[in-house]
Write a protein of this length. Structure first.
Length: 94
């Protein structure tokens, strides 16, 4: 009980923020708010042999299967997630 009270008090003064829009996260949210989570650009792939991923490697290296869950854009949520993982050492986001 005391631990919950202390952690709640800390969250009031130092709230966890969404890594994209910087608004305070709700208690059940981690890293991204619900709004940003729903804006993640997903890449719907059904054929793992012949798709945009495998075609991007054509003539460079031989790969048989390719898959990506999200679309990477230079200015976007996915870039911020990767930077959080790669440069800030936040391994739990991966």
């Amino acid at each position: 009980m005391k631990l919950n009270l202390l952690s709640d008090l800390i969250r009031i003064f130092y709230p966890d923020l969404c890594i994209e829009c910087k608004i305070p996260l709700l208690e059940q949210e981690r890293y991204l708010c619900v709004n940003c989570l729903h804006q993640l650009p997903q890449l719907p792939l059904t054929d793992f042999r012949n798709n945009v991923i495998t075609q991007s490697f054509y003539g460079k290296v031989t790969i048989q299967l390719g898959y990506s869950l999200l679309i990477y854009r230079r200015m976007g949520i996915v870039k911020n997630i990767i930077q959080e993982l790669k440069y800030k050492g936040n391994e739990s986001i991966g």
